[in-house]
Design a protein around this ligand. Structure first.
Ligand code: CAA
Length: 381
């Protein structure tokens, strides 16, 4: 196993770090308070290739590997996990899925714009009654000549109010259960497609999350991704990569928590010395660092398997399960290290905790990750 990053990977990490510090950090606190979407930042990230990181240059992407993507996601999420999730959804759930399973028509007409950052994407699987139980799709698409008519509601959609193109899972043949689920690319502005108001969230407040409604929404058959009946497999295969993105987002939060704790411990004095000299604080810092490294190893392992073209279902679930858990733990410990100051906005660590919690919920809860891991182990993989 090689633990060295290539020169290219280090360069991408460095440019993500510089961008995050110069362009994202200055507005992060205010955007969190006001729950403001970072339009300008996303536009600039697109211009620098961060919205289509793993898409081949042929389709307007940067052509980077998954390891580079993880490194960039960590740097960006370290500064602002809201920007992290916007990138993760566009890169892993939308662009990757379209390049892997989309027709040449979809790639030329939509993927090129998503990968270059000209347009933004969303992924709509969850519904009011289909969260963890994702096969229980109630959104229907009925064939009508060369079109399909979509009716239904989607919930908790990241980039929901801002995305130009949304990948929507629908039931096209209820008799076939999950084998009757089909994915469509739906353009914003298609009559009958509306997004509701943004959810008022605990964390990742600068990202936008909302419900979508489809009322007799006509979509051409060319907009089917992969083929009719393959929508559930599409969603599951795509989510495996999405989970690497969310693990990386969690790593960013966990690392930011550790960095903030180290800095504060060297400044703050108690009992006549910097608190960094007290074992109680040293133990916390050591524990946070060990957990972070272990979670990084799991995430890089999943990314390396993906880059090698091997199966990474179990490994991506493990990475997300553990990285999200330690992101919450590290954020909690960072607050403890900061004492009362950790509980107020000024020191940022309270946001790390609010942002960390969602990583244990979206793109498959921790409980779902355990099911994926256990089923994989029990089936001999
Ligand atoms: N990778 C590839 N295929 C998978 C898979 C995975 N991780 N998990 C399941 N599948 C496949 C199975 O192999 C099976 O395929 P075939 O029928 O072709 O053999 C098919 O999916 C159905 O699987 P199961 O019979 O195991 O179905 P189930 O209902 O018992 O369980 C589940 C499936 C694993 C619980 C699944 O429903 C699941 O992952 N649920 C969580 C959904 C999720 O992550 N939602 C997040 C939505 S995105 C989001 O959060 C919003 C956002 O904007 C960020």
């Amino acid at each position: 196993m090689n633990f060295e990053f290539t020169e290219d990977q280090v360069m991408i990490q460095q440019s993500a770090r510089e961008f995050a510090e110069a362009e994202i950090a200055p507005s992060a606190v205010e955007r969190d308070i006001k729950a403001e979407f970072p339009y300008d930042i996303i536009k600039k990230l697109g211009e620098q290739g961060f919205l289509g990181m793993m898409v081949s240059p042929e389709y307007g992407g940067a052509g980077f590997d998954t390891i580079s993507y993880v490194l960039a996601m960590i740097e960006i999420s370290k500064v602002d996990a809201s920007v992290g999730v916007i990138l993760s959804v566009n890169n892993s759930l939308v662009c990757w899925g379209l390049e892997k399973y989309g027709s040449e028509y979809l790639k030329q007409n939509y993927l090129t714009k998503l990968a270059s950052g000209e347009k933004l994407g969303a992924f709509a699987l969850s519904e009011p009654e289909a969260g963890s139980d994702a096969t229980n799709q109630h959104t229907v698409a009925e064939k009508d000549g060369d079109h399909y008519i979509i009716n239904g509601i989607k919930n908790w959609i990241t980039n929901g109010t801002t995305a130009d193109y949304t990948l929507v899972m629908t039931q096209t043949d209820r008799e076939k259960a999950h084998k009757g689920i089909t994915c469509f690319l739906v353009e914003r502005g298609t009559p009958g497609f509306e997004s509701a108001k943004k959810e008022d969230k605990l964390g990742i407040r600068s990202s936008d999350t909302c419900s979508l409604t489809f009322t007799n929404c006509r979509v051409p058959k060319e907009n089917i991704v992969w083929e009719e009946g393959k929508g559930f497999n599409f969603a599951m295969n795509t989510l495996n990569g999405g989970r690497i993105g969310i693990a990386s987002q969690a790593l960013g939060i966990a690392e930011a928590s550790l960095e903030a704790s180290k800095k504060y411990a060297k400044q703050r004095k108690a009992f006549g010395t910097e608190i960094a000299n007290h074992q109680a604080i040293q133990f916390k810092i050591a524990d946070m660092a060990v957990k972070l490294e272990a979670a990084k190893m799991l995430t890089f392992q999943a990314a390396a398997l993906k880059d090698a073209g091997k199966n990474y279902t179990k490994e991506s679930a493990m990475a997300k399960l553990y990285a999200s858990k330690i992101a919450v733990e590290n954020a909690l410990e960072a607050i403890q290290v900061h004492g009362g100051y950790g509980y107020v906005r000024e020191y940022l660590v309270e946001r790390y905790l609010r942002d960390a919690k969602i990583t244990e919920i979206y793109e498959g809860t921790s409980e779902i990750q355990k099911i994926v891991i256990a089923r994989s182990l029990l089936s001999g993989n």
